[in-house]
Design a protein around this ligand. Structure first.
Ligand code: BMX
Ligand code: ZN
Length: 332
């Protein structure tokens, strides 16, 4: 086992598309992150995790780092994670079959390092909340916009996990009553069913199906395989239909932000994840001010991520470093 003074760790972000890993020291990546495609079955995912960790250990040694200066492995994964045992206890259709996987136990057995497992968005929040500008704030909510909508709530530097480890599953707050959109979790009208990449595409299909004649020239109507990338490109180029779809996406995002604002009255929101680059934060702030109680919307800050796509792996690595070195688990 590594010494307690070790201050580097391997961080891995396990997403539906890729596993991304790197050695992290003092909040920074040692080299470029390594990517591996996410296999389709839980056992294969575990094998891929072990292989990635072994490759990163070799890379770290080649860069002159001693093996015992790496104190553990932090793994950020989508799904509800019981952090004290490192087990995935809940998962939506975004990672089918993943619930029930005892990640910590199997990985510790196979690589001989301490492992801390965290929900992906919680890990991203833990990473973001430690940057200098944010580390002294009382309440930070990190929203990850990707395949789903993930969330992490950091209060006085600690992640809020909740009684059953599901705090921060903000993507599954309900934002409507009419059972019109089924979420991959099995519930209807979750925020994620509107504000995630998948939700945005559903909105787009509805708009395209209901378009008036004057929209028929929109290139979107001619595309069979619609992508979020295409939508954002068309909106940027001024396509009216694409602009109204992207505007509606911002309105959907605003509902969740406003609800969280009223519940938590946080210092700030940090918007991260694959779709965050396409999100107009000024528009989101304006809409939030319009929809929130007077003086509450005005004071909340909505900011872009600093760690961008590495937030999850940096936060996961940091959580295992804190657990091993300081003995302070990253939870409350
Ligand atoms: C889903 C849920 C969350 C996750 C969020 C973002 C699963 C598999 N996922 O709401 O736990 O944080 O998606 O995930 O249950 P991403 O894949 O979009 O980053
Ligand atoms: Zn849901």
């Amino acid at each position: 086992m590594p010494s307690k003074t070790a201050c580097a760790a391997i961080g891995i972000d396990l997403g539906g598309t890729n596993l991304r890993g790197a050695v992290v020291e003092s909040g920074k990546l040692l080299g470029e992150p390594v990517y591996v495609e996410t296999p389709d079955r839980p056992e294969k995912i575990v094998d891929a995790l072990v292989k990635l960790i072994e490759d990163l250990l070799v890379e770290a040694q080649a860069a002159g780092m001693k093996r015992d200066s790496i104190c553990g492995v932090g793994i950020a994964t989508a799904g509800v994670v019981k952090c004290d045992t490192g087990e995935v206890i809940g998962s939506t259709g975004n990672l089918p079959g993943w619930a029930g996987t005892k990640i910590r136990e199997v990985i510790e057995d196979r690589v001989g390092l301490c492992v801390h497992v965290e929900n992906d968005a919680n890990a991203a929040a833990y990473g973001e909340a430690r940057i200098d500008e944010l580390k002294d704030l009382h309440c930070i909510v990190v929203v990850t916009l990707g395949t789903g909508i993930g969330g992490g709530i950091v209060i006085d530097g600690k992640l809020l996990h909740g009684r059953g480890w599901a705090a921060g599953e903000i993507g599954h707050m309900s934002i409507a009553l009419d059972d019109s959109r089924l979420c991959t979790c099995g519930l209807y009208n979750c925020w994620e069913a509107y504000g995630s990449g998948r939700g945005l595409l559903t909105t787009a299909r509805e708009f395209i199906a209901g378009q008036k004649d004057n929209y028929l020239q929109s290139s979107l109507s001619k595309e069979e395989e619609l992508t979020t990338y295409m939508l954002f490109q068309e909106a940027k180029a001024g396509d009216r239909l694409a602009c109204s779809i992207v505007r509606r996406w911002h309105e959907h995002l605003t509902i969740g932000i406003v609800n969280l604002t009223h519940i938590l009255n946080p210092d700030c929101f940090v918007i991260t994840g694959g779709l965050s680059q396409a999100c107009d934060l000024e528009l989101l702030k304006r809409l939030t001010v319009e929809k929130a109680l007077h003086n509450i919307g005005e004071t909340v800050e909505i900011r872009a991520s600093r760690l961008e796509t590495n937030a999850g792996l940096i936060g996961a690595a940091q959580s295992v470093i804190d657990e091993v070195r300081v003995g302070v688990p990253a939870r409350s």
